[in-house]
Write a protein that binds this ligand. Sequence first.
Ligand SMILES: Nc1ncnc2c1ncn2[C@@H]1O[C@H](COP(=O)(O)OP(=O)(O)O)[C@@H](O)[C@H]1O
Ligand SMILES: [Mg+2]
Length: 193
Amino acid sequence: MTTVLLMGPPGAGKGTHAGHLAAHLGVPVISTGDLFRRNIADGTELGKTAQGYLDAGEYVPDEVTNAMVRDRLADAEARPGFVLDGYPRTLDQARVLDEILGAQGRSLDAALVLQVEAETLVDRLLRRAEIEHRSDDTEEVIRRRFEVYHEQTAPLIHFYSGRGIHHEVDASDDIDTVRTRVWQVAVQLKPAA
Ligand SMILES: Nc1ncnc2c1ncn2[C@@H]1O[C@H](COP(=O)(O)OP(=O)(O)O)[C@@H](O)[C@H]1O
Ligand SMILES: [Mg+2]
């Protein structure tokens, strides 16, 4: 079983590499951003709650996000492990995640932080805006998302480094190069059976 999370600023490539890594490990990706977007597209109550926050570049309240992730982690699908993309993003979420996993008799193996300099991130997000038309990929909202990341999520790096499960990955190069780096970290976690 491998339980990993990917952290990093908006545009760092969390979604891309969470997908690759999960496929390698044979476990599901749990992406809070994707779950919110799917709920918005489906017009669910959860989606209605989340929409305003996403459009403003703010975080959805912890109790809403934590409840959604709690459900996902209880699924049979997540029993062999998981790759978390975009969760936890606050200290409260990190503590709740510990609680959920502890109650299941497991814990987090690794927190991977994807590192990319700010200029590259803005370029990537503006390019993605042209392709995906995400409502939160406008210049103004992107700026706010960076602020929120630095205020609320960057402190989590200390939370996980204090526990010795934090790994930095240089994510500024092309996708294949970064994928190899991510995989090198994952391989160290679990020696081949
Ligand atoms: N763990 C979370 N807590 C609160 N809000 C979240 C969380 N994950 C995603 N969101 C909401 O969804 C938006 C988009 O998330 P995501 O797709 O993961 O962005 P990115 O991958 O570009 O960082 C966030 O700006 C936020 O509004
Ligand atoms: Mg994403």
